[in-house]
Design a protein around this ligand. Structure first.
Ligand code: GLV
Length: 309
């Protein structure tokens, strides 16, 4: 009975150590060097190589090593009959809030404008508008988006949110579904994207959407690079539809050196670090799910594979 860690783009060793700290008796093997693939019942995956899961004939459950599961669904050979779980973690939500809060304050206190002034040796004060006059729009009100929206509201910002299904979050005016999207967008001075990546949300951040925001709105994308149509962002910035964009995720990561975003004065880039899963914090829920799976009990944080999150 083995747990296999199958990842690229992440060091598996801290995960092995954290899982063993929870339960030293666990048999944990790291792809591609497992002793016997037939012993593997539980796979812990991050950007696994396409088709590799077919090598485990007795696999019973797949867990993401993060909050998102889009990397699993990218695999055309993904065993769709298996239950999939994701990680839900208060530290992840706190880290995401800290990042979003920093980005919101950056635009709210006009650091982007002061940076542009600095490049021109320009000393000019602007008086910030009141937090209550700044409307922050959160697209995606799940575990991470909902938490950040609630915390931003307690800071005094006027927070609105949009999600596929109606949500109730203290201090947040929530909009839902296609029918209410435009009413949401036309108010958002700062638009934050924390939507899961699905067929419906791929490319949702496009020119048409940007043109529905208040003129000169700011964008913060902490969801997935594929949510954004990159050329449309460049057009929206050039046309003044958007004042600036803070991006943590990209269609291609690491962002290639020749990419036009790198040198763009109105784009702030961070290397997919908005919130990083700490293996020690999530190991207990992984071990618990492994035990639940072995006992054929309902799993924690199981994903609805038809919905895609
Ligand atoms: C990170 O992007 C995650 O899905 O946890």
């Amino acid at each position: 009975m083995t747990i296999a860690i199958i990842c690229t783009d992440r060091d598996p060793e801290p995960w092995v150590a954290a899982l063993h700290e929870c339960d030293p008796t666990l048999d944990i093997q790291v792809w591609p060097d497992e002793r016997k693939k037939a012993d593997v019942e539980f796979a812990l995956c991050w950007k696994h190589p396409e088709g590799v899961l077919r090598d485990y004939p007795n696999l019973r459950c797949v867990s993401s090593m993060g909050a998102g599961i889009d990397h699993l669904l990218k695999d055309a050979f993904f065993p769709k009959h298996l239950p999939v779980v994701r990680l839900v973690d208060p530290l992840l939500a706190q880290g995401m809030f800290e990042y979003i809060c920093t980005a919101v304050m950056y635009y709210f206190r006009e650091f982007d404008i002061y940076q542009a002034q600095q490049r021109q040796f320009c000393w000019q004060q602007h008086f910030p508008r009141s937090v209550t006059k700044m409307i922050v729009g959160m697209m995606g009100l799940g575990q991470l988006g909902g938490y950040s929206a609630k915390r931003l509201a307690t800071m005094g910002f006027d927070v609105i949110g949009w999600s596929r299904s109606q949500k109730v979050i203290p201090g947040v005016k929530a909009y839902a579904g296609e029918a209410q999207l435009d009413s949401f967008l036309c108010q958002a001075d700062i638009l934050i994207c924390l939507l899961p990546l699905t067929d419906q949300t791929c490319g949702i951040l496009n020119l048409e959407l940007f043109s529905k925001l208040p003129k000169g709105a700011c964008l913060v994308n902490v969801a997935r690079g594929e949510n954004l149509v990159e050329e449309d962002l460049l057009t929206a910035l050039a046309d003044g539809l958007l004042r600036g964009a803070c991006l943590d995720v990209f269609r291609e990561e690491p962002l290639p050196a020749e990419h036009p975003f790198w040198g763009h004065e109105k784009i702030l880039i961070t290397p997919h670090c908005s919130s990083v899963t700490d293996p020690r914090s999530v190991a207990p829920q992984i071990v618990q799910n492994y035990r639940l799976m072995r006992g054929s009990m309902p799993l924690l944080n199981q994903v609805d594979m038809l919905r895609g999150y």
